[in-house]
Design a protein around this ligand. Sequence first.
Ligand SMILES: Nc1ncnc2c1ncn2[C@@H]1O[C@H](COP(=O)(O)OP(=O)(O)O)[C@@H](O)[C@H]1O
Ligand SMILES: [Mg+2]
Length: 310
Amino acid sequence: MTGNHAQPEGGPHGGPQGGPQGGPAGEAVIRVRGLVKRFEGRAVLEGIDLDVYRGETLVIMGASGCGKSTLLRCMIGAQRPEAGSIDMLGRNLCKASEAQLEEVKKRFGILFQSGALYNSMTVAQNVALPLQEHTDLDHATIETIVKIKLEQVALREHADKFPSQLSGGMKKRAGLARAMALDPQVLFCDEPSAGLDPVTSAEIDRLIMGLTRGLGVTSIVVTHEMDSAFAIADRMVMLDKGRVLRIDRREWFDNLRHVDDAGAEALPESEQIIRQFLRGDASGPITRRRDAGSYADDLLGPKPPARPGA
Ligand SMILES: Nc1ncnc2c1ncn2[C@@H]1O[C@H](COP(=O)(O)OP(=O)(O)O)[C@@H](O)[C@H]1O
Ligand SMILES: [Mg+2]
């Protein structure tokens, strides 16, 4: 765990850091290098480098549509990148065969935005599914594990309900129980608190931390909710225009968030962008860039679509 809460010296930039990318000197469980992902010729990820260390929580942030979910889907092997490499738990996912990919997939859990439960199955049946698919455990053992997993997310009394009978927070908790069913080494969460009220999302944050920290589970969490991000992150990464704008310890981002307006003017533009994002300010470089973009489009007309093969 990165338990060092010392404030970096000299403000948010230029402070001393532990290992590379502000990480501990420990072992990288996931190593992403030069990752490029395109859709219909349009690059969404344009060369992403990042490491995720054992036992840490890395929060992925960035504007809507900037490629956070795409990065996550590449990391779980659900999408093949056009270039670059992803080493996960010692295996290069981009070169892995289907069988090797399946083997790695057993070792991580995924919590999608919607919870992604099967509506025709009860909560208990949803949680049992990965155990039935990926293990040879007998029925009674699976039943016991399901009870333990549901107890951990305080849903044991609701085991026989269907997803349609659950509140939003309960669905996420059921999704989390299912993601943790196989005792994964790595947990991926895409916007785990999207659509929840602040109290319920704080509960989900606490549950994720309770189920990962201490057990040494590495987690990668996409979120744009800053309270949540700062509550759970050891390190954070900010994506912008398909690139990593900054990856560093939570404390670095926390310091930047608290730089006052006068101090902000002296910051490099990349840090001004991150600061505006973290604070949710209505004005700043993100807004200026957006306005400039739409004005240029307005004057010159929209760019023609790329010709196929061009
Ligand atoms: N399967 C796909 N086909 C085409 N375009 C896609 C696909 N998935 C994502 N995109 C596009 O890639 C960009 C990034 O999407 P996404 O990773 O979902 O962003 P985020 O999660 O940061 O909001 C968006 O412009 C989106 O429209
Ligand atoms: Mg997304």
